[in-house]
Design a protein around this ligand. Structure first.
Ligand SMILES: [Zn+2]
Length: 426
């Protein structure tokens, strides 16, 4: 029989997180692809990304971790527990950046995971379950599409073959870049994809303005929004702008503009649901100054945490199409259901983040949803999963100016250490 886990271990792990060590490790990783403007350029599986991975391997080994890699070159740093037959608790994020990104998007989650392990070492805490820190491959999707390849392939390896032919702007195949990465990791044991995990927690910068505006340092992420994309096509008849009387026109733009306004009005009427509407891409045919538009196509991006709200919006859109008597047609070309993180995970993060905030004399954590996709979205299909957010200054990310106050980065790592330790003793 194992010893009963120490009840105060999560608090002791939280208190052992080291502010300066975390800052130093963020600065050290940011040197890989570091730019003069303070940003980072470290797209997935580039030489600089591979060098940064070797750096992370060295850091993890120095902390006593075992290092493993899987078929999608996801890197796992494992701190053994007392019972290593039990599924591990996973934390971490992605190591890659946009072509021009910041020091924190992804990297922070990985490094705070390693800081959690350092804190556990310092506090002399042995957990029941092993803890693993992951650096996912290609979350950003900027060099090879789609994004979140590593995490989505981990939870469903049948996706991986479909990713291998994806090419970057120089014609390099993802499959070849992956083979190079795996070949440069000699001696690392290959671990199985889709293996059981007991839970997953991802710590990430918010990449939006909510926490900063509220003056709150930590966010409990309740879920990730659903999204649906449509193309709306308005059909008219091209004709001369000067000779066609106004009452004899079939002007596609004259149909499109009131329809767009109706969609904005509907979205405004649903503002309490946090429905988000973007009509982002417009194509006018023939796009000529003196021809009545014969056709207008525009895209609809609708997002909400509540799929029912999107059902309602889609029904409203279909009703407009029906009323147009053939003048408007629509096509849905992408959708993703919402992610709802499980209540017990949210309660634990609330407790962990609440303790860190209270001890710093700061306001209690805020529950919020993620407007962006994250690796945790896929892990939520695999094991109990949740996310912690820290503020992004001015809501900026995917930009060299991306920043978070060191105090908030410290508090986020403290919340993570508590959460991971508690999960690892369950
Ligand atoms: Zn990210």
């Amino acid at each position: 029989m194992n010893q009963p886990p120490s009840l105060d271990a999560p608090a002791r792990a939280q208190d052992a997180v080291n502010h300066d060590r975390l800052q130093a490790s963020i600065a050290a990783l940011a040197a890989f692809g570091g730019r003069a403007d303070g940003g980072v350029s470290r797209e997935t599986l580039t030489d600089i990304d591979l060098a940064s991975r070797r750096h992370l391997v060295d850091q993890a080994r120095a902390l006593g971790c075992e290092v493993m890699i899987d078929d999608c070159a996801n890197l796992f740093f494992r701190r053994p527990g007392r019972d290593n037959a039990l599924p591990a608790v996973l934390t971490g994020s992605h190591g890659d950046t946009q072509p021009v990104g910041g020091k924190l998007d992804g990297a922070y989650g990985v490094l705070a995971g390693l800081e959690t392990i350092a804190a556990l070492n310092d506090a002399g805490i042995e957990t029941l379950r092993p803890i693993e820190v992951v650096a996912w491959t290609n979350e950003e999707g900027s060099r090879f599409g789609p994004g979140a390849m590593g995490s989505s392939a981990f939870v469903d390896p049948s996706r991986l073959p479909g990713y291998l032919g994806s090419t970057d702007k120089d014609g390099v195949r993802f499959g070849d870049a992956l083979q190079t990465a795996l070949a440069q990791a000699p001696g690392l044991p290959r671990c199985a994809m889709q293996r059981p995990l007991s839970a997953c927690v991802e710590l990430h910068i918010e990449q939006g303005p909510v926490l900063e505006r509220a003056g709150i340092p930590l966010g409990v992420v309740t879920g990730i929004q659903a999204v649906r994309w449509f193309t709306v096509s308005c059909h008219g008849v091209m004709a001369h702008a000067g000779t066609t009387p106004m009452d004899e026109r079939r002007d596609a733009m004259a149909a499109a503009m009131p329809l767009a306004q109706k969609l904005y009005d509907y979205a405004a009427s649903q503002s309490a649901t946090q429905l988000r509407l973007t009509l982002g891409r417009w194509q006018v045919t023939p796009n000529s100054v003196n021809t009545i538009p014969g056709r207008v196509d525009f895209t609809v991006d609708m997002r909400c945490l509540d799929d029912g709200v999107l059902d309602g919006f889609e029904a409203f859109l279909h009703a407009q199409v029906a009323a147009s008597q053939g003048a408007v047609t629509i096509e849905r070309f992408f959708q993703r259901a919402p992610t709802h993180f499980p209540r017990p995970m949210l309660d634990l993060i609330q407790e962990a983040a609440g303790r860190a905030s209270a001890r710093a004399g700061l306001p209690a954590p805020l529950a919020l949803t993620s407007g962006a996709f994250h690796d945790a979205m896929y892990l939520a299909d695999h094991c109990p999963t949740a996310m912690i957010f820290v503020p992004s200054e001015k809501g900026i990310s995917h930009n060299a100016a991306e920043a978070t106050a060191p105090r908030d980065l410290f508090l986020g790592a403290q919340a993570l250490a508590y959460t991971v330790t508690a999960l690892a003793n369950r």
